[in-house]
Design a protein around this ligand. Structure first.
Ligand SMILES: [Zn+2]
Ligand SMILES: [Zn+2]
Length: 444
């Protein structure tokens, strides 16, 4: 069997040699560098599985080393070892590309535990067998599926009462869609799962209506300095994303301000409609909803997941309002048709689409212009887009479990009439959906 290899970049000779001895004793192949620049050179030449890197070194410092190596060697795991426990150092190291931040003096137990954690999920990927590849399929977990307002209680026990929050694990990333009240339980679950490890995640906000952000002040990972939370979304209609998120935490609404949160929290306004989170390509699309509201499509290695929690079909809205606004009916229909075609294109061939299905067709008639969909319009949209699996989402707070069951039944009968094979479900809090990797599909 080939030996695992490690590169130790550390200017203090005694501590470098001491760590090298520990690895050699465990039968690792060890490379050593006494400054940043020669560390980078050795890393690129020998491509070790693990790099241990000090922060304060001559020539290139540890942050620079992390950045350079990360750009050129993606699979290598970088552990930064520092004598100082500043939250900002930890966050900067992780941002520079480190996978782990450990404090000196370091013991073999701590090192081994951290290396095991970093390398185990990688090993199946390094092998080529499809069974191995399939062992970590992307997955979706629903933490909040309700629209407008949380409605806990006996009538919503089965589908759940928390507002919008969906977790996607794919290709090494934790991506959270919206921060409704469901994000509270997600935060607790992440802390339980990851323990002392850094929680590194990206939170994508569709829009800042309260049901999509009101859980953020209760997201416990934001209260721990070891965590790295990136929040992305488009600028709002009246203020920037950061200002709006901070606004809901200002006195007298909340006792802790956003700026006081100890985690490394980076809020970034999106400028592009296409961007990447790690290797996951993300496409944004603006919804037909009051203010600025977007939906996202995540392109994972197991297919696409679309999330469009708040959206009103243009076709009914435009045509109905055209007469009122003195717009020619035909022009209105053409405009609506073109907008709908863009939405179909956005959703085209998705594995899973999580879409606004707030109203029954009957209820929608009384809510035209409120920014939400009717049941038949969302089913029609998903069918036209050849979606494989549709989750009816953003349940109206006045709909109890039985009502959602009935809507689901109606939706299924619409699908049956279409003779298409789309799977359709009511989004249910706590449910986890595993996606199949292409390798698994081929095995069938
Ligand atoms: Zn909403
Ligand atoms: Zn909204």
């Amino acid at each position: 069997m080939m030996k695992s290899s490690v590169l130790i970049i550390e200017d203090d000779d005694d501590s470098r040699q001491a760590i090298a001895k520990l690895f050699a004793r465990a039968d690792w192949k060890v490379f050593e560098a006494a400054d940043g620049d020669s560390g980078v050179e050795l890393a690129l030449r020998n491509r070790p599985e693990v790099i241990l890197c000090d922060l304060l070194m001559p020539k290139s410092n540890g942050f620079q080393v992390c950045r350079t190596i990360r750009q050129q060697l993606q699979p290598t795991k970088i552990i930064v070892v520092s004598g100082r426990d500043y939250a900002v150092d930890r966050a900067s190291a992780l941002e520079a590309g480190a996978d782990e931040f450990l404090l000196k003096p370091i013991t073999w137990e701590v090192l081994r535990e951290s290396i095991d954690r970093l390398l185990i999920p990688q090993r199946p990927r390094a092998m080529t067998s499809p069974e191995e590849l399939g062992s970590v399929p992307p997955r979706i977990k629903l933490w909040g599926v309700r629209g407008s307002l949380p409605v806990p209680g006996p009538a919503t026990v089965r589908y759940g009462g928390n507002t919008s929050c969906v977790e996607v694990r794919a290709d090494g990333e934790i991506i959270v869609l919206d921060a409704g009240t469901g994000i509270r339980a997600l935060g607790l679950a992440l802390e339980k799962e990851l323990g002392p490890q850094t929680i590194k995640l990206t939170l994508l906000i569709t829009h800042t209506h309260w049901d999509h952000i009101q859980g953020l002040p209760f997201f416990s990972p934001a209260y721990n300095s070891k965590n790295l939370i990136q929040i992305l979304g488009y600028e709002g209609a009246r203020a920037g994303l950061g200002a709006i998120l901070a606004g809901q935490m200002e006195t007298p609404f909340f006792p802790v301000s956003l700026r006081q949160l100890p985690s490394h929290l980076a809020i970034e306004e999106l400028k592009e409609m296409e961007f990447h989170i790690g290797t996951v390509k993300v496409q944004g699309k603006f919804a037909n909803h009051p203010g600025i509201c977007a939906g996202y499509r995540l392109f994972t290695s197991a297919g696409s997941i679309a999330y469009m929690p708040d959206n009103e079909p243009y076709e009914t809205l435009k045509v109905q309002l055209a007469a009122q606004n003195g717009i020619d009916g035909k022009k209105a229909r053409n405009f609506a048709g073109a907008e709908r075609a863009k939405m179909v294109e956005f959703l085209r061939d998705c594995e899973v689409a999580i879409l606004d299905a707030q109203y029954t067709d009957e209820e929608y008639k009384a809510h035209v212009g409120w920014g939400h969909s009717s049941l038949s319009s969302v089913v029609g949209l998903a069918l036209d887009a050849n979606v494989k699996r549709l989750l009816l989402f953003h349940h109206d707070p006045s709909h109890d479990d039985d009502m959602i069951d009935r809507m689901l039944e109606q939706a299924r009968s619409l699908v049956a009439k279409s003779r298409k094979a789309m799977v359709i479900e009511g989004a249910r809090e706590g449910v986890e959906i595993l996606l199949e990797l292409p390798a698994q599909r081929q095995l069938r």
